[in-house]
Design a binder for this molecule. Structure first.
Ligand code: FAD
Length: 457
């Protein structure tokens, strides 16, 4: 019988264990590679992630020699109907672990079971599947460092090799499917997208290994340098699997390789946290701040979103997000701190904005990253730690190049003076906005609110 390989967050051909299983199950028959465009998810994704998905799917279609069948509709209906159409005996996937993915998959698996069709989960988008690691008492880890030790001890399999001689079935796509994708790539106001797909991901990775890995430990915090891999959009969509990267780090002993492995582990940690706490996607993971009061000032939130807060490094970062669909990690922390601690806005407001604009927008990494900054997440990042948007700029963009790249109103201020336009005679000559709040004052206010909330518990 034929088998179906249903792709979701694994839009690639290499290092894909589910493909091997699908080929085995087909036993000489053909494998149908399927993607289901779910209108509910598509609508919620926002133009940036829609365009990235579209570009990645087009690259995947090429990688499968044109044999990627695209269907539009609710997977719980579409998958069983494609099964019937091709007479498949099994459906193969990489196991999904987000709350929405788990719900969807159990609905699909249940309807397949009624029809006597096998549902086979092989691998996950992670080196170590969420839920696989627990501590000595069988409980999930709540703190990163012990998790990362257990994660390394657990280890992961070598990358999967592609089975040879697979015949991919040629089955018609829905007429409007590819057209919808082409239109998504032409939406107004999109950021410049990087090249999409597996090949682009691997060449980005090679470039990073050659140019930046050695200095990664020191450079990863520098917003002005191309010191990080920028692989997150590819990892998010599964154009490359972390196992592929980890295998190539193996045997490299430098600090760069070690640090990079640790960063990949953060991604795995947050997926594990979400698996154990599905509610933490949009609710406080720890009730550390229950009872704290938040502001709902639309003008301030809009100034933050548009990069018009009057704090140069915050504005540069928020504009980087809009123009590139990506933001430097250090700046994600600084801008998240600014929204939650300087503007006293509840973290999900910022998390939503990030998800709407990031190519790598990922519910586990994003929403737990936000909670880490807000002080409700893992690792008990203390609420009273408030990032100073001026000194952060001076430290991580020491010459001011990052600010000048994204904030043309400040391009005339040389060197690090760009971080404090209020001290510069011509600081406001080109319509750069005045600071919307006073950082020192708002820092005190954040701490006041925190103390009041603690007192009321
Ligand atoms: P590199 O430094 O090259 O790191 C390699 C890979 O490790 C990344 O691609 C990523 O997969 C992983 N990684 C690195 N740092 C982290 C981290 N702190 N948490 C989880 N994984 C990490 N990452 C996302 O992939 N999607 C998001 O939506 C997202 N939202 C974030 C929101 C906030 C408020 C914060 C503080 C962090 C967020 N991150 C998110 C984590 C991190 O900022 C990005 O993964 C990183 O900036 C991506 O750039 P890179 O690929 O060049 O990273």
């Amino acid at each position: 019988a034929a088998s179906i390989l249903w792709l979701r967050r694994d839009l690639r051909r290499g290092d894909l264990p589910a493909l091997g299983r699908a080929a085995e199950a087909a036993d000489g028959g053909s494998v149908l590679v399927l993607f289901v465009l779910d209108p509910a998810l598509w609508k919620g994704a926002g133009p940036v992630r829609r365009a990235w998905l579209a570009a990645t799917l087009e690259a995947a279609r090429e990688a499968y020699d044109g044999r990627l069948c695209l269907r539009v509709g609710d997977p719980a209906k579409v998958v069983p109907s494609v099964v019937e159409e091709v007479g498949a005996g099994s459906v193969h996937v990489s196991r999904e672990t987000t709350p929405a993915g788990v719900r969807r998959d159990s609905a699909v698996a249940a309807s397949l079971a009624e029809a006597g069709v096998d549902w086979v989960e092989t691998g996950t988008p992670y080196a170590v599947g969420p839920g696989s690691i627990t501590n000595g008492s069988g409980d999930p880890y709540k703190v990163f460092t012990p998790f990362s030790r257990a994660w390394r001890d657990h280890g992961w399999p070598a990358p999967a090799t592609e089975p040879s001689g697979v015949t991919f079935a040629r089955v018609a796509s829905d007429d409007d499917g590819w057209k919808t994708l082409r239109e998504a790539r032409k939406a107004d106001g999109l950021p410049d997208l990087p090249d999409a797909g597996e090949e682009a991901a691997l060449s980005r990775w090679r470039e990073f290994l050659d140019d930046a890995l050695t200095a990664y430990k020191g450079d990863r915090d520098r917003a002005d340098r191309p010191g990080t891999s920028r692989l997150s959009p590819y990892l998010k969509i599964g154009a490359v699997h972390p196992r592929t990267l980890l295998a190539e780090l193996d045997g490299r002993t430098g600090q760069g390789a070690q640090t990079f492995e640790t960063e990949l582990c953060w991604r795995e940690f947050y997926a594990d946290v979400l698996w154990h706490n599905p509610r933490s996607s949009w609710h406080d993971l720890r009730p550390a701040l229950s009872g704290i009061t938040y502001e709902d000032n639309e003008d301030l939130v809009e100034a933050w979103k548009g990069g018009r807060t009057g704090y140069p490094v915050v504005d540069a970062a928020m504009r980087q997000l809009l123009t590139e669909g990506w933001m430097h990690n250090r700046m994600r922390m600084v801008t998240a701190s600014f929204l939650t601690k300087d503007l006293h806005v509840w973290w999900p407001v910022g998390a939503r904005h990030f998800l709407d604009h990031l190519l790598d927008g990922d519910i586990a990494s994003n929403n737990h990253g936000w909670q880490w900054v807000a002080g409700t997440g893992t690792d008990a990042s203390p609420y009273f730690r408030v990032f100073n948007p001026i000194t952060q700029g001076q430290r991580f963009d020491p010459q001011g190049d990052y600010v000048r790249r994204y904030v043309p109103e400040l391009a005339h201020i040389p060197g690090k003076a760009v971080h404090e336009p209020w001290k510069h005679d011509e600081g406001y000559d080109h319509d750069y906005p005045e600071r919307i709040v006073d950082h020192a004052e708002e820092r005190r206010e954040a701490l006041r609110r925190y103390e009041a909330a603690r007192g009321s518990q």
